[in-house]
Every structure is written in C-alpha cells, then in structure tokens.
Design a protein around this ligand. Structure first.
Ligand code: BDR
Ligand code: CA
Length: 313
C-alpha cells in the first residue's frame, strides 16, 4: 500500500479527506501532521485527534506543527469551520498528539524514506507552513517525497476567502512559494476543479445511512455548514475541497489535469494570488500537474463506497 502523510488544518473538508484515507487499505497513513489554518492550532490539533479517534484507528499518530504562518499575519478560515467540531457532532476523545513536533516528524520520516529509496506521498490540505519549514531547514527531505498532492490555488475560479486567492495559499503565501520552488513534483487540486464536485443532499443522506460513525459526523458537519454556498453554484450542493486529494490517490482516473509552472505572489495587496503558466510563457519547466476536471458522479460514488466500510465494521 502507498505510504502517505496527511498535513492538515481540520476543517470540515479536511475531516472528510482524513476519514477517506483511514478507510482505504490502499493507503498507509504514517501520521497526521497538523497546522494552524481554518482554526487556531490548539483547535486544529484537537479536531484532528477527534477525527482519528472516531475512525477507530487510534494507533495513527497525530503531531502538532506550526502555530502560524511564516511571515504574514495569521488569518483563519470561513466562520463555518470555526467551532464546527462540537462534541455533539464529533465526540471528544482521550487521544492526544505525540510529543514530537510535526516538522521534526516530517524531517525524520522523509529523510529515512530518502535513505531507503522509498519516497512518501505528502498530502497537504492546509496552509503549507509545516512542509515549507521541513524543506527550508533540511532541503534533503525533498528526496524522501514522491510528490506533494495539495488542495490549494485558484486560477480561473479565483478565491472564495478573498477574491484573488484560495485560502491555503492566502494563509501562508511564503510557505507556498517555498514548496512550489522546492523541486518536489506537485499535484494541485485548485478551487477551479473542487467547485465541480458539489455534494448533494442525497449523498449526505447516504453517508449518514451507511458510513458508520464518521458518516454520521460528516452528515452532521455538512448540514451545519454554511448553507449560503448552496445558491452560489446555481444548483444544490456544496464543495468538499480537501477530499479530492485522497480521491486522486485512490482513483486518479476521476481527474483530468495539465502540467504547468505554478507560482504565487507573496507581497502587496494581492499576496496569495496564484498563476498557472499553461502556455509556457515563462519558459520555465512545469512544477505541477494542475487538475482541471473531476468526474463528479464517480467522485461521490467513491466516497460512498469508501465510507460504507465504516458502516460494515
Ligand atoms: C481550503 O481552505 C480550507 O478552508 C479548506 O479546508 C480547504 O483546505 C479550500 O480553499
Ligand atoms: Ca483544509
């Protein structure tokens, strides 16, 4: 099975991504590294522990990482993520994070992977601070990374947190720049694509019905989520951005993408703005495969199938 690390700031869609991964025997989750983002670090760590515990995989280690971005002032996610993980929706647990810092875990594990010639997939579904710190302090860890699969960036769909940027890049543009220029191949799930897969009421009901305890929590979290988004896309349903990262690992054929050089603006009014040079105007080799299309029906079928394993445990 494929060895992965999930770097995350849960986050309702982060929770879905983690639960998908933890129900997939194709994936060997070595650890969950947590960063500040949607919510303050203290809360994202708590949420991560609750998510892992509810999956029943209490042996998966959770590591607390960077408490804030590299340079810019801290910003948080949309209010709907904040306080979303109420104990009624996702029960409290005894599970605690490890004593080791997330960045130390990343460095230790990725160096070992480089040494063993067995590189690891790193899924980055929050601001890129932890992985940027690991790469910045010890550039050799890059050799231990097979690729970084990240939900980040906005190209034509532009931002929903601010008009010019997607949240994970906006929250730490300097970290994104570090990662984009690290030489590690990137698979990018931008808003342009994630907005194509909108979860319907029927799919939410199905997860609640067949998805065991995580399925019930997903339904509760999504039903409590900011429903104003529902009108924004001209039809019923809301996006589940981060879940596309794990879906790509499980079934890449659901997605279509194109190589491009991706870059980010780090200063000025539009810091966090990302571009993808599909026409190679910059004459710079691509650093990413940018996903542009997702098979919405296939994606939600996969999600139902994977969650149903929790129901039949
Ligand atoms: C990203 O920002 C966060 O709010 C979500 O969890 C996702 O990672 C979407 O822009
Ligand atoms: Ca996230």
């Amino acid at each position: 099975s494929q060895r992965i690390i999930i770097d995350t700031d849960p986050g309702v869609d982060d929770a879905i991504a983690i639960w998908l991964a933890l129900a997939s025997p194709e994936l060997n989750v070595l650890g969950v590294t947590v960063v500040a983002g949607n919510v303050a670090l203290k809360n994202s760590v708590r949420n991560a522990c609750k998510i892992v515990a509810l999956s029943g995989n209490t042996q998966i280690p959770v590591f607390a990482g960077a408490p804030g971005p590299l340079v810019r002032d801290q910003v948080y996610g949309k209010y709907a993520h904040i306080g979303a993980f109420k104990d009624e929706l996702v029960p409290e647990t005894e599970l605690q994070p490890q004593a080791e810092h997330a960045v130390d875990f990343l460095v230790r594990t990725l160096r070992q992977a480089a040494e063993d010639n067995d590189p690891i997939t790193v899924c980055v579904i929050g601001p890129m601070t932890n992985i940027a710190l690991a790469l910045g302090m010890h550039p050799d860890v890059a050799r231990g990374i097979k690729h970084i699969v990240t939900m980040s960036c906005a190209f034509t769909a532009l931002g929903h947190r601010v008009p010019w940027a997607e949240f994970n890049v906006y929250a730490d543009p300097h970290a994104a720049e570090k990662v984009f220029n690290s030489g590690v191949p990137l698979i990018i799930m931008p808003l342009d694509m994630t907005f194509q897969a909108l979860i319907s009421k029927d799919d939410i009901d199905a997860l609640k019905q067949d998805g065991g305890l995580p399925g019930e929590s997903v339904a509760a979290l999504l039903n409590a989520f900011d429903r104003s988004d529902l009108n924004r896309f001209g039809r019923e349903g809301g996006p589940v951005h981060d879940a596309t990262v794990v879906a790509w690992l499980l079934q890449p054929g659901l997605f279509e993408g194109q190589p491009a050089r991706v870059g980010v603006e780090i200063s000025g009014k539009t810091a966090g703005y990302t571009y993808a040079d599909f026409w190679n105007k910059l004459s710079t080799p691509p650093n990413a495969t940018v996903m542009q299309k997702v098979d919405e029906y296939g994606f939600f079928s996969l999600m139902r199938r994977v969650f149903s394993r929790y129901g039949s445990r």
